[in-house]
Design a protein around this ligand. Structure first.
Ligand code: FFO
Ligand code: ATP
Length: 201
């Protein structure tokens, strides 16, 4: 746990040190790679996130999704500690959640549950080649997609991380509740991750 916390703060500091120009360039490269992937092409309903704290900006990718005629969703916190996904358009009124992260302020009937999505782009602090993901420590994505751990056929929608190249770490100890990433999109390119996933049959 201590190692995990230290790694988190080291990676977050590194992320925070990037210039605005570096951030924009990386986010545009990630969007360019993403739109060429089968994950993106096959998806109609795509969830992203509103970047905070130096996370790779999903904005260009989400705008590309809208331009391609897809529906875009952002996470909203549910009282049970899971995420729901609210339809999003640019210029939609937003409301900050308890962590200060903007969420679409639209009516809850426009929300989808996780398994109704076709593709989920996740923020992350770090990841490894096995698809282990280090997040902000709230466990929200793990709780929301916990059903994917039960059966191979239930590993949908694919969880795809968006990150800077330096966020790849050698080996992240996987926790029993971790839900692995199916792939990653970096400024250097997109790739599948080896989901040898502990705990899966
Ligand atoms: N952009 C973005 N949106 C997201 C997430 C995310 O990681 N990034 N989440 C992914 O799960 C959910 C929110 N999870 C979060 C978990 C912890 C903290 C956080 O600020 N933690 C503090 C310390 C703990 C606290 O304040 O209680 C910190 O990091 O300093 C924020 C969001 C949903 N939306
Ligand atoms: N399926 C689950 N059921 C109950 N609690 C869970 C589940 N998954 C994760 N948690 C809780 O969430 C906490 C944080 O987990 P972890 O450090 O892996 O978060 P994270 O993946 O970094 O965060 P996030 O998904 O919010 O970005 C854990 O201490 C664990 O108790």
């Amino acid at each position: 746990m201590i190692a995990r916390d230290r790694l988190r703060s080291t990676l977050r500091r590194r992320r925070a040190a990037l210039s605005a120009a570096e951030r924009q360039l990386a986010a545009q490269r990630v969007a360019r790679h993403l739109v060429k992937t089968p994950w993106f092409r096959a998806a109609q309903r795509i969830a992203g996130y509103h970047a905070v704290g130096g996370e790779l900006d999903a904005g260009p990718a989400l705008l590309a999704a809208l331009a391609a005629g897809k529906q875009v969703y952002l996470p909203v916190l549910a009282p049970d500690g899971r995420l729901w996904f609210q339809r999003w358009h640019p210029r939609m009124p937003m409301r900050r959640n308890r962590f200060g992260i903007p969420e679409p302020a639209a009516h809850p009937r426009h929300r989808l549950e996780a398994r109704a999505l076709d593709l989920v782009l996740t923020p992350l602090v770090g990841f490894d080649r096995a698809g282990n993901r280090l997040g902000m420590g709230g466990g929200f994505y793990d709780r929301t997609f916990a059903y994917q751990r039960l059966h191979r056929r239930w590993r949908r929608p694919p969880l795809i991380g968006l990150a800077y190249d330096f966020q790849e770490v050698n080996i992240l100890a996987s926790e029993p509740w971790d839900v692995p990433l199916a792939g990653i999109v970096l400024p250097a390119g997109a790739r599948r991750l080896e989901t040898g996933a502990a705990g899966l049959p």
